[in-house]
Design a binder for this molecule. Structure first.
Ligand code: AFP
Length: 347
């Protein structure tokens, strides 16, 4: 049944309380874009919202919950798993797997994509996620997040599963993150701008807090793990030197939790960088679970994201857990970085 037939009429809201919820925003946006749609995509995003509420609640109870601490196991990325990594992964698998329209799920925590619905016509969506990004910071109460990315399944009969999910970031139909910080927020895009919602704990609902967010065209913060600077490529080292000697008086902020570092960059502008290092020659961050969704949000907000040679969203993925260098931020800082990449010795 189409939206209109379901009676989704626009009713003007006159209320002192902000009741433009995440669910309502998503439905209204899809209603405008695809009047004949059946609400299936909204149902999927509703599953992500539910998962983020459950994960956020568990993060808040960390010191009290049984999921606290390391499990002693190592995930496919070679990283130590926290109890909450596993919990968050299961919650997302369950909330999305039960939607009835998600065919494939790919998680940073699992080696292979998981088939939920074999047939692409029923399982028409692919969802990829990093269930708990920044989880090595959990023990010290630093903000962490969940990152997600949604693709349409191309009806790829006969293709290997991995080939079906290896699409470029330009094919994303939605992306976003939940940030479990001093408040819990969901930031998302479907290619119609970037919108942010804050969880009202009193009613357990995300309400619109920023509509059509724009990243400032310039900022005064750079964000990078400078401890690795000696092994950055020369253009990065020179760019860092420029940032520190510039009249713009740049400040350094680095949380070590991508969602939190990006959220600050989105709101305040500047640049976040995770360049290649000697330990991670391809960069540390994962293309499919981290860089692509962040790049989609950045571009939608008027910012830029590159791996140093081209736009992140144009990188053709070779493997599911591929890593990439990531530089993302305001046009001014990104354009300056570009000049160092193009003419490393002259600028
Ligand atoms: P964890 O999820 O293991 O904490 O890793 C977080 C992360 O993938 C990303 O969120 C950070 O930006 C980056 O790693 C921090 O890496 P460094 O500790 O090497 O700076």
């Amino acid at each position: 049944m189409a939206f209109a037939a379901q009676g989704f009429e626009r009713v003007p809201i006159v209320a002192e309380y902000n009741i433009n919820t995440f669910a309502r925003h998503v439905v209204t946006e899809q209603q405008d874009l695809h009047p004949s749609a059946r609400g299936s995509f909204c149902w999927l995003l509703n599953g992500i919202e539910l998962a983020c509420k459950i994960i956020g609640e568990e993060v808040r109870r960390l010191g009290l919950s049984r999921a606290a601490g390391s499990t002693g196991t190592i995930n496919v990325q070679g990283e130590e798993q926290q109890g909450l990594d596993i919990f968050a992964n299961k919650v997302l698998m369950d909330c999305l797997g039960s939607r009835g329209n998600v065919g494939l799920l790919a998680s940073e925590e699992n080696e292979e994509p998981i088939v939920m619905i074999e047939h692409p016509e029923q399982g028409e969506y692919i969802v990829m996620f990093d269930p708990l990004d920044g989880s090595s910071n959990l023990d010290v109460n630093v903000s962490v997040g969940t990152i997600f990315s949604v693709y349409r399944r191309a009806g790829a009969h006969g293709k290997a599963l991995v080939e079906e999910v290896l699409q470029t970031g330009r094919n994303q139909i939605a992306a976003g993150y939940a940030l479990y910080g001093s408040s819990t927020v969901i930031v998302y895009t479907t290619g119609q701008g970037v919108h942010s919602f804050t969880l009202d704990p009193a009613v357990g609902t995300f309400v619109l807090s920023h509509s059509d967010m724009k990243m400032p065209a310039a900022g005064h913060i750079y964000s990078v793990n400078e401890a690795y600077a000696d092994s950055f490529p020369p253009y990065c080292r020179r760019f860092l030197h420029w940032l520190k000697s510039s009249d713009e008086a740049y400040r350094l902020r680095y949380i070590g939790s991508l969602v939190a570092d990006f959220h600050r960059t989105l709101l305040k502008g500047g640049i976040f960088m995770y360049p290649p290092t000697s330990f991670f020659p391809e960069g540390k961050l994962r293309l499919m679970y981290e860089a692509n969704p962040i790049a989609f949000l950045a571009e939608q907000a008027g910012g830029m994201a590159t791996n140093g040679t081209g736009a992140i969203l144009d990188v053709v993925p070779g493997t599911l857990h591929q890593r990439v260098p990531l530089f993302v931020g305001s046009t001014q800082e990104m354009t300056k970085l570009r000049a160092f990449i193009d003419r490393p010795l002259k600028v």
